[in-house]
Design a protein. Structure first.
Length: 341
């Protein structure tokens, strides 16, 4: 089969492309930037998802579209969240229908649930609390409407916060602080249950749903997790660091981060500081019943991510990737806080 992966140079798109290529599938990437490390057999189409004509050309003779293009919270993209995450998704689905695509797989987000009652299921209400979550919800709903109306089989994947080799973003800040034995601050006491998912476990669930030919919505997170404080304490111990987790008052901290965000003095986005102090975990029984077996617990994925960071720290300091989740994040005013920690 021939696959088109939108956003194929990003963290998840790159993993999907390489998984499919390893299986002998014909793979084409659509993105605004080219990852030159990709296998040469993988085609590359330089294209903005908002350019309908170019998207249509990239979808010729394609059997499966994997839609991963999205501006993530770290970009703080403002109005562009809607242009890319909503209208871009709509264009991708519309052009897939016109191209006669057999299956459309849409990468959604747990941000569409905001601060939910847990465990989250497919019956949980959508209550996004910030602009990124609202845009991801609108994008998912647009794709679902087009797919249902035109009877295009649709798979929707909603991952919890992703970890794994090469996953940076805000975790680069966390690991940098741990490596320097700094205090690690959490909003509130950190004792809320908090679920992550390893990138490879996510890919296993993703391909399982695709291969099973079962359209539907799949919420993906590890089945072995504890509290956020436990996850941080355990990775600090694994790193043999003298860092310690320090609680901050929720109300004051959130309001301070909101102001710093508005002043562009903090890398943290509303999705981070409005939700990470609350419990968040999916009910993954539907996936387990389908035969999915996650290999990583919260602790195991944190340990692997830390080890990768240590092994690649010098290289990361000298490089910059175009994908926010594959690149080092500027700490801004948090850098000053780190020096005081």
């Amino acid at each position: 089969m021939k696959h088109l992966i939108t956003g194929g140079s990003g963290f998840l798109g790159n993993l999907i492309a390489r998984r499919l290529h390893a299986r002998g599938e014909h793979v084409r990437i659509l993105d605004v930037w080219e990852d030159t490390s990709r296998p040469k057999e993988i085609e590359f189409a330089k294209c903005d998802i908002r350019d309908a004509a170019s998207v249509a050309r990239a979808m010729r003779d394609v059997d499966v579209v994997h839609h991963n293009v999205a501006l993530v919270p770290l970009t703080k993209a403002g109005g562009d969240f809607w242009a890319v995450n909503v209208e871009g998704s709509r264009i991708a689905a519309e052009q897939a229908v016109k191209a006669g695509v057999k299956t459309f797989i849409h990468m959604s987000s747990s941000a569409i649930f905001g601060v939910p009652e847990c465990p989250v299921t497919n019956d949980s209400p959508f209550r996004p609390v910030e602009i990124y979550g609202r845009a991801k919800l609108a994008g998912e709903l647009a794709v679902r409407e087009i797919s249902e109306k035109r009877r295009m089989p649709l798979v929707v994947i909603r991952p919890r916060t992703i970890l794994g080799e090469g996953r940076l973003g805000i975790f680069q800040i966390l690991f940098q602080w741990i490596s320097e034995n700094r205090k690690i601050y959490v909003i509130g006491d950190g004792n809320q249950k908090f679920q992550f998912v390893h990138a490879h476990d996510l890919m296993d669930a993703y391909l399982l749903a695709m291969d099973a030919g079962k359209p539907g919505v799949y919420n993906v997170g590890t089945d072995r997790f504890g509290t956020l404080r436990e996850a941080l304490d355990h990775v600090i111990a694994h790193a043999h660091s003298t860092s310690r987790v320090v609680s901050l008052p929720a109300g004051l901290t959130i309001n301070t981060l909101r102001v710093l965000d508005w002043l562009r003095l903090s890398p943290l986005a509303p999705w981070h500081y409005l939700t990470y102090h609350k419990a968040f975990y999916f009910d993954v029984q539907p996936l387990l019943q389908l035969g999915w077996k996650p290999r990583y617990s919260n602790d195991e994925m944190f340990r692997e991510s830390w080890d990768w960071f240590v092994q690649n720290k010098d290289r990361l300091a000298a490089e910059a990737a175009a994908s926010p989740h594959r690149s080092v994040v500027k700490q801004r005013l948090l850098g000053l806080l780190k020096k005081l920690s």
